[in-house]
Design a protein. Structure first.
Length: 148
């Protein structure tokens, strides 16, 4: 969805998405493990993980959270802003693990828009869905600021 900065104040409650599906493969999981030095076996040891609690490797929760930043521009683009910044996150939850090979996508909702000096602050609740799973992988309220 594209929205003008001037129209943001009336956008609360607007549904966003879904995005395209993306596959979470072992290579992506391993790269995230290398980037964060989190090499716990449930993420990177495919043989051991077969007998583990999830029946295989799973993506790091923080990998899933980081992909929200990938989904946001596909969910909503604010036009007419000189600059947009990620301001933070609230209420991050990981209700279900993302198994290696699963496909995920983002859906969203504009929860709140409030004025800030020189622009608008927008809270978007992003839910990361796992194909074929009723429970989402991640639910997070993202906070972005857009300046005139």
């Amino acid at each position: 969805m594209k929205i003008q900065l001037s129209a943001l104040p009336g956008a609360s409650g607007q549904s966003l998405g879904p995005t395209q599906w993306m596959t979470i493969d072992q290579n992506r999981i391993n790269q995230f493990a290398d980037a964060t030095d989190d090499h716990q076996w449930i993420h990177v040891d495919q043989e051991r993980a077969k007998d583990g609690p999830f029946g295989g490797t799973i993506a790091h929760g923080y990998l899933t959270l980081s992909l929200v930043n990938r989904f946001l521009p596909d969910l909503v683009t604010v036009e007419g802003a000189s600059m947009g910044v990620n301001y933070g996150c609230e209420k991050v939850r990981f209700p279900a693990p993302v198994p290696e090979g699963a496909r995920i996508r983002g859906v969203g909702e504009i929860v709140e828009v409030t004025p800030v000096k020189g622009g608008q602050q927008m809270v978007v609740r992003v839910t990361v869905e796992i194909e074929g799973n009723e429970r989402p992988a991640c639910v997070v309220d993202t906070i972005s600021r857009f300046y005139e």
